[in-house]
Design a protein around this ligand. Structure first.
Ligand SMILES: O=C(O)[C@@H](CO)OP(=O)(O)O
Length: 206
């Protein structure tokens, strides 16, 4: 076995609460989102995890979530790399629209296809496949080498950028990924084998 990879979706954002498509827009965390992030850090601390490096997106909800976690585990100054490759899937023209209003306008089925299909992009935005095409190479080139060296790596990112990563990590099909929903502020702990396949997975729910 080699190292440990912890993935965490940011805590609830203002736009999650308002039910708006977010994508690359940059709302902050709600009060609940801040406490979810702190609770995630406490649960990681209780597991005795000590991180060697952290990665996040260039969006503040993920960065603030990461900082709460690092504060809670007692590593507030840990080396942190921020990269756009880990950003949320770009929702294009849907960004900023209310999800119920979108269902009323385009229909439930079309909106579900835009939200959860693998390869149908929302107008002007990215499909999950498009998102994976930037997340996975970044993971392979920048993140995975640390894990394979035996380090413990934290990645704080977004619902769909992490779904794309998990799909490739676990070898899920485009059918299987549809049902995968990530809760806000719930860490997923993977250990990897030396050949980079997943050795174990634990979801740290409250
Ligand atoms: O709005 C978004 O950017 C994402 C994540 O909150 O939404 P969805 O659940 O539709 O993928």
């Amino acid at each position: 076995m080699s190292g440990t990879l912890v993935l965490v979706r940011h805590g609830q954002s203002e736009w999650n609460l308002k039910n708006l498509f977010t994508g690359w827009r940059d709302p902050g965390l709600t009060e609940l989102g801040h406490s979810e992030a702190k609770a995630a850090g406490q649960r990681l601390k209780a597991k005795g995890l000590h991180f060697d490096i952290a990665y996040t997106s260039v969006l503040s909800r993920a960065q603030v979530t990461l900082q709460h976690i690092l504060d809670e585990v007692g590593q507030p100054g840990l080396e942190t790399i921020r990269n756009q490759a880990l950003n949320e899937r770009d929702y294009g023209d849907l960004s900023g629209l209310n999800k119920d209003d979108a269902r009323a306008k385009w229909g439930e089925d079309q909106v579900h296809i835009w939200r959860r299909s693998y390869d149908v992009p929302p107008p002007g935005g990215e499909s999950l496949r498009d998102t994976g095409a930037r997340v996975w190479p970044y993971y392979l080139h920048d993140v995975q080498p640390h894990v394979l060296r035996g380090e413990t790596v934290l990645v704080a990112a977004h619902g769909n950028s992490l779904r794309a990563l998990i799909m490739a990590l676990e070898g899920l099909t485009s059918e299987e990924i549809i049902a995968q929903e990530l809760a806000t502020g719930v860490p997923i702990i993977y250990t990897l084998n030396a050949d980079s396949t997943v050795a174990s997975k634990e979801i740290l729910t409250a």
